[in-house]
Design a protein around this ligand. Structure first.
Ligand code: GAL
Length: 362
């Protein structure tokens, strides 16, 4: 079989963090033509080029040209998220009878929580990067140790994350972790997509499908109330494709709490197999993507906290709702919700999670 491109990984310096750590960039060119620039600072995807239906490539993800951009603004653009993706109510949980206190770094609706791992989550670590290749696919492996007590979490957690780009234009993410004390773990990727291109306006015209008959409603602080409710007949029903903007202004309490979509869906597949979770389509460019995951949940966040004050990578300002994230995950606040699938990793067990973003055109 002939491929569109010679697969390669090219490494070059990207700059340094404000505390002087050097940051490297890995450019992955997949045999199918997708190209991504990834940095070892937070495992961030800085740029992601995919072809449209005419074969013209554009950068379809939000990010910044330098480390300072990421240090100044904090929307988790393109980042690996850990130790716990999403919110933990009041920044507290009890595990095996002991109370653990986490940094409170977020307070939507006046309700304090610990968001995306705390004040210094995995998105702000410089990881140990290594290029990967198996002859067909190329990638990068990131490794790091989050020490016992890091951001209040128990146990030394050794984490490996691999990004692969396959000849079929699949970006595959493999997460693994082991610990020496029981701890919550919920790793995800916070890439924001805009299939018209970065800084090309809002994503309200994208069509989204989510393979989920239920979602977990939140309170005014976007913290789950521990329930799973049917989406049928609500603006949260994406079991068939819907334009994101079509129902976003509906008179609905959950949409008011989120300022739009910012919720966790209970995926129909709950058995840990790699299965379809979502699909995204933008009709003017033909860009189409399927999301597959082994995780039981998906946070769909449509960029309600983004503003038009922040410059993107090509000098143009980003837009309110200028990108959307589809974060595969365990449910929010699981450490405080005994009825939710457990997000606790114990010594001797291996945390494993796989997510694939499969790019194509229609
Ligand atoms: C999302 C979360 C949003 C917001 C965003 C970061 O994962 O659901 O509420 O906090 O991260 O700005």
């Amino acid at each position: 079989m002939r491929y569109a491109c010679e697969p390669s990984v090219v490494i070059k310096p990207f700059g340094q963090t404000k505390d002087g750590q050097r940051v490297q960039q890995y450019t992955l060119t997949g045999a199918g033509g997708v190209v991504m620039d990834v940095i070892d600072y937070g495992g961030k995807v800085v740029r992601l080029f995919t072809p449209d239906r005419n074969g013209v490539k554009a950068d379809v993800t939000l990010g910044f040209n330098d480390v300072a951009g990421y240090e100044i603004h904090d929307p988790y653009f393109g980042s690996l998220i850990g130790r716990y993706g999403n919110r933990i109510a009041n920044g507290k949980f009890v595990l095996d009878g002991k109370t653990y206190v986490l940094p409170v770094n977020n307070e939507p609706g006046g309700k304090p929580c610990s968001l995306h791992g705390g004040t210094k989550g995995f998105d702000a670590y410089v990881w140990n990067g290594e290029p990967l290749s198996d002859g067909k696919s190329v990638g990068v492996q990131f490794k790091m140790r989050s020490p016992d007590g890091d951001q209040g979490y128990p146990g030394n957690l050794d984490v490996i994350v691999r990004y692969w780009l396959t000849p079929e234009n699949v970006w595959r993410i493999e997460y693994e972790a082991v610990t020496d004390k029981a701890t919550p773990v919920n790793l995800t990727q916070h890439v924001y997509f805009n299939f018209k291109g970065e800084a090309e306006g809002a994503i309200l015209d994208h069509e989204l499908t989510i393979s989920a008959d239920r979602m977990t409603p939140g309170n005014v602080g976007l913290i789950t109330v521990g329930k799973r409710i049917p989406v049928k007949g609500t603006p949260f029903d994406f079991t068939v494709p819907w334009q994101i903007g079509a129902r976003i202004e509906a008179d609905d309490e959950q949409l008011r709490f989120g300022g739009g979509y910012d919720h966790n869906w209970v995926l129909n597949n709950q058995d840990g197999r790699l299965a379809p979770a979502a699909a995204l389509y933008e009709k003017s460019t033909g860009r189409f993507m399927e999301v597959w995951t082994t995780e039981p949940g998906l946070q769909f966040y449509c960029g309600n906290f983004l503003t038009d004050k922040v410059p993107g990578k090509r000098g143009k300002n980003l837009a309110y709702r200028g990108g959307l994230a589809l974060e595969t995950q365990h449910y929010p606040d699981s450490p405080n919700q005994p009825d939710f699938p457990s997000a606790i990793l114990r010594p001797g067990a291996v945390y494993k999670s796989v997510t694939e973003y499969r790019f194509s055109v229609k």
